[in-house]
Design a protein around this ligand. Sequence first.
Ligand code: SAH
Ligand code: SF4
Ligand code: F3S
Length: 433
Amino acid sequence: MKYHIVTYGCQMNLHESEKIAGILKTVGYTDPAPLEEADIIVFNTCCIRENAENHAFGNIGALKKLKREKRGLLIAVGGCMVQEAGKAEALRKKFPFIDIFFGTHNLAELGSLIEKKRAQKKYVLSLLEERKETEDGVVPVRTSYPNAWVNITYGCNNFCSYCIVPYVRGRERSRLPEDILREVEALAKEGYKEITLLGQNVDSYKSGDWDFPRLLDAVARIEGDFRVRFMTSHPKDFSEALVAVMKAHKKICKHLHLPVQSGNNRILSLMNRRYTREKYLEDLALLRREIPDCEVTTDLIVAFPTETEEEFEDTISLVEEADFSSAFTFIFSPRTGTRAAAMEGRISDEVAKDRITRLVACVNEKTRQKSAKYVGKTVVILCEDFDEKKQLYMGRDEYGRMGYFPSDRDRIGEFVSITITEANGISLYGRAE
Ligand code: SAH
Ligand code: SF4
Ligand code: F3S
């Protein structure tokens, strides 16, 4: 039997979909297939912003006809949106054809939920409030070669006032270092060329005497021809120890994704981020003193409740000062149950759109300037894929830039030196040496 998984949201969800594929295999769904040919369709949802939810609602709704026409087709919906208070019920009412609902804490149970559904007519719903153990027993079907995702922490305790993640992913828990190291060793032996350590907040990794710098150091000491990335880091946990480990190992990419969210201290405090603009810039200065060519990317939110024009401009000026190589930019989206959703002073859609447009223009200009400097230089990229549209191979350099190049043989999984002939946004074009 065949399966199709639709994934929304962050890298955590991408990796969880690999675990879902692993579970599906154990209950008879062995091959991935296009939507129309699948015997089971699984939606792995996200609820970080309203548009993520709208997307999922739209695409689940569109399956009504297929479900009616194809006997035996199962539809399962899981992930963060299902875990959100009241959402499973809302989905069930709106789409009575969904067969299985599962939350974020019981992914490992999916196989038995499918078996239960096969034996009964009624839908199956399983949501847990919290769980302590992790999905370590699940063998993922990895789809992102030459990269492999490795979870180090689950959940989040930070409660940034705008964010729903702590509510749908539960309290933070760290995997045992020996389990993580064993997994990375096996992946390196299997030939994976990039290991990405994953957590909502990797820096708060804690297991006995192990903290994140120690874990990162141990991962980078594992033998093999691979590089190491990690995400996401929280500025409040930035440490000299982390910089020292990054500096000590060639294997660790010189790229830090450090979401700042806003350049204004009053807004940062309302967001409950627990650092200031000045502290953030000091940390970047330290990082660049130690690793001068390290690139930094970030996440930014505009139109947080009560944000004034001047406060927004602080975010614009920070993009300049912090010298980000790129940034993900978002309009504040109120999430039910979070503190910010209950705050007064909502910013109008019109103002929010104006701010995001200006911010995107500023970020793009910065990215363009930085990329232009690469023309004529040689960069080493890890070839990840073949871009069908462009008819070019592509990959990323250790700084996180995308590089495209032509080749008449398959280069996926190879480290390739390319000489850059053209830059366009964050993408570089060149020829392989
Ligand atoms: N754990 C990571 C990722 C969180 S989600 C971290 O702490 O950075 C990724 C990004 O989505 C966040 O960094 C933030 O910029 C954005 N985001 C989260 N909640 C949001 C909301 N309610 N509205 C708009 N953007 C949001
Ligand atoms: Fe959300 Fe903040 Fe946790 Fe990131 S650190 S997941 S933004 S609460
Ligand atoms: Fe979305 Fe859940 Fe990730 S809300 S961003 S999929 S942790």
